[in-house]
Design a protein around this ligand. Structure first.
Ligand code: BEZ
Length: 211
């Protein structure tokens, strides 16, 4: 069965390019980004893993641990990593799971047989410190992911976990936010001292509360 938002991210133990990892233990109190790529030594994946490595500081700043997975074995991963590093001029600084048994791919429903019998699709799972799934995305093999969008969603998830706000279309860190419907306008005015702009009774903007 496919995983849904709010489900506990399935735990597993797996061999990775950084040794054996127990997923939940490895996550600790951090947020997590688990993402799959269809196969080693493929062009789009080479750019994606390089981009992820280049964004190390952006993930660290948000307390997000990153881990990649494909159904290739450890020997293949270890032979491919130097190519990723050379092409993107970066050190690959996160673990890549060797999932030749398809254990992780099956747990996270990353193989979509009508797309490919063998390879994983490009799945993205963002996991909160409570180990619950906060975001899922699924891209086809032919489309590389937008990692700025992944960072943007993480910003929204982390903000809305702590304040009674939601984020509007195309929101990015620093933009105005929306007061959630559960908060009355009267309460919102008290709760958000930077101000509340009432556009409709149900659409109330307030400056980002943690800025
Ligand atoms: C790639 O990563 O470049 C790729 C993988 C599978 C199909 C198409 C592209």
């Amino acid at each position: 069965m496919s995983l849904r938002l709010g489900d506990i991210a399935p735990d597993f133990t797996a061999e990775t390019t950084q040794g054996t990892i127990n997923f939940h233990e490895w996550l600790g109190n951090s947020w997590g980004l688990l993402f799959s790529h269809p196969a080693d030594f493929t062009p789009v994946c080479t750019t994606e893993l390089g981009k992820t490595a280049l964004l190390k500081g952006d993930f660290e700043k948000r307390n997000v641990k990153v881990i990649a997975v494909s159904v290739d074995d450890l020997d293949s991963h270890n032979k491919w990593v130097p190519d990723i590093q050379e092409v993107n001029n970066v050190v690959v600084n996160f673990p890549i799971i060797a999932d030749q048994s398809r254990n992780v791919a099956t747990l996270y429903d990353m193989i979509h047989p009508n797309a490919s019998e063998k390879a994983t699709v490009r799945s993205v799972f963002v996991i909160g410190p409570d180990k619950k799934i906060k975001l899922t995305l699924t891209y086809p093999a032919s489309t590389g992911r937008n990692f700025q969008e992944i960072l943007r969603v993480i910003d929204s998830l982390q903000l809305t976990a702590n304040y009674q706000v939601a984020t509007p279309a195309d929101w990015k860190d620093g933009d105005d936010t929306i007061v959630v419907p559960a908060v009355s306008t009267e309460d919102a005015i008290a709760k958000f001292p930077k101000g509340v702009n009432v556009v409709k009774p149900y659409l109330r903007y307030t400056p980002q509360p943690n800025k």
